[in-house]
Ligand binder design. Structure first.
Ligand code: CP3
Length: 321
């Protein structure tokens, strides 16, 4: 869950010399940054260093990351004509650098831990493309969804096909599992999720099913739609901290795995509280197979690295792994 990043001094040092996009586009740098947390923390997996938004550019949506403000899209989608201008592309060409990075990372890991690849799900990608950056109300996104449903479905189908193809390419390049981030889809209720998102996200999981690769489906604030996320797909469903893990798992169903769900902001406070909360998550998982201990969302930049190290060590001690 954003395990590489600004809370690590070696990441900050690299970021003084290179932009985020430089790192994403240069396999040697992406490999180095992917390995940074694996060297420092007792992690059970590495996650490819890249960004969710990378596939937007070859579709015809230009963006950059503005320091302190996050992504900024130059030409956000505002009309149906904007949607119709988008292009499908070949990820093995346009995003070849990511696939080269995957090869290099697999080599650097040398089997120490598996590598997770990832991509964005249609709602979250569409929301950046339409809003032009981060949003709290998702007003423009929902406005297109409700007012121009045909354009919305064309957009989501294109995003789903694009991401599915890109994830298959990551699997062929060597990732051991894939995570699909629908970070902001929790702003939808179950009815809208079913109508506007579920069929599209399901296409991504269907495209991956012949490859026999474990899949994780993640979103934030999804307590009310965990059953729908499950229906869309994923061997493992990610849950944030708002719902206790046992309740979330009951909703998801015990025939699926669960990932989560410690509140990442706890890591800004005393370590005793972090470890107590981790024990509570583990107790709620009850030692059942299929629990991936994780934070409920990304590590915050102000997090002291020692607390992340202590947390990972503690979880291994408590679970005997
Ligand atoms: O976990 C990892 O180590 C992999 C790296 C990773 C990044 N982005 C690098 C990154 C992953 C998995 C992502 C996915 C991503 N990107 C998501 C989904 C995950 C989530 O957090 O819900 C989203 C919504 C994005 C889009 C994005 N990229 C935003 C909103 C931002 C700005 C956020 C911020 O805190 O500034 C980014 C920038 C970004 N992508 C950073 C990192 C490490 C910030 C660090 C930097 O600027 O150097």
């Amino acid at each position: 869950m954003r395990q590489a990043g600004r809370y690590m001094p070696e990441y900050r040092a690299l970021r003084e010399r290179y932009s985020l996009l430089d790192i994403c586009r240069t396999p040697d740098l992406a490999t180095e940054v992917t390995m940074q947390p694996v060297r420092r923390i007792e992690l059970d997996a590495a996650i490819l260093f890249s960004d969710l938004l990378l596939p937007l550019e070859p579709m015809g949506i230009r963006f950059d990351f503005v320091r302190g403000e996050g992504p900024a899209i130059e030409n956000p989608l505002r009309t149906e004509a904007d949607v119709d201008r988008l292009r499908q592309f070949e990820p093995r060409e346009a995003l070849a650098h990511v696939l080269v990075a995957v090869h290099q990372i697999v080599g650097a890991l040398a089997g120490r831990v598996p590598l997770i690849g990832f991509g964005g799900a249609p709602f979250t990608l569409a929301s950046y493309a339409i809003e032009g950056g981060h949003s709290t109300s998702f007003a423009r996104t929902k406005s297109m969804m409700y007012s121009a449903p045909e354009a919305w479905h064309r957009l989501c189908a294109l995003l789903a096909d694009t991401v599915a193809d890109y994830l298959v390419a990551q699997v062929e390049a060597g990732v051991d599992a894939v995570q699909i981030f629908d970070s902001w889809v929790g702003v939808l209720d179950a009815r809208d999720y079913r109508e506007f998102i579920l069929p599209h996200t399901r296409r991504i999981f269907d495209a991956l099913s012949p490859y026999d690769v474990p899949t994780i489906h993640f979103g934030v604030g999804t307590s009310a739609i965990l059953r729908e996320l499950r229906e869309a797909g994923g061997h493992v469903i990610g849950a944030d901290w708002r719902t206790p893990l046992d309740e979330a798992w009951d909703r998801i169903g015990h025939d699926r795995g669960i990932q989560g769900n410690l509140d990442p902001t706890l890591l800004l406070g005393p370590i005793d509280q972090v470890l107590d909360a981790a024990d509570d998550v583990l107790a709620r998982a009850g030692g059942r197979p299929g629990h991936i201990f994780n934070l409920g969302h990304g590590i915050l930049p102000a997090t002291p690295l020692e607390r992340v190290q202590a947390l990972a060590r503690h979880v291994h001690q408590q679970t005997g792994r």
